[in-house]
Design a protein around this ligand. Structure first.
Ligand SMILES: [Zn+2]
Length: 134
């Protein structure tokens, strides 16, 4: 029991000032590393094994990095690039219950319930009002 606590303390001390987060970027890096590792035995191309190990190393580098700000920025930049894809997925998921329209004034995307006939929509950004078919 005492030995266990000692190890635990050592690990806590080691991770103290490190990033240590399994953020979205890390999850995707690990997923790609795993996919590359799965592909390798079927193709016998060493490049897949190398890619897998490089991605795994990068993931560990990010987790153990002491530069938390830089890692957060990387993750935010990645999430920003990913957001249009996430929006399309959300749109597809809600395709039966919502319609996505654009405000004619400021081009803001507006989500409205589907099959409610013609309704008066107020843009949340510029407060422009318009009758829209749903
Ligand atoms: Zn608007």
């Amino acid at each position: 029991m005492k030995q266990q606590n000692k190890w635990r303390e050592k690990i806590v001390y080691f991770m103290k000032d490190r990033y240590g987060q399994n953020d979205v970027l890390n999850k995707h890096i690990l997923f790609l590393s795993f996919v590359s590792l799965i592909i390798y035995p079927f193709t016998n191309y060493y490049i897949f094994l190398i890619i897998s190990l490089l991605l795994l190393s990068y993931s560990y580098f990010r987790t153990l990095s002491k530069n938390k700000e830089a890692r957060k920025k990387e993750n935010e930049a990645y999430r920003k690039k990913l957001s249009p894809i996430r929006f399309q997925l959300l749109k597809f998921k809600n395709r039966d219950s919502y319609r996505y329209l654009k405000c004619p004034n400021c081009k803001q995307k507006i989500r409205v319930p589907k099959n409610k006939g013609t309704i008066r929509v107020t843009c949340p950004k510029c407060h422009h009002e318009k009758e829209m078919k749903t």
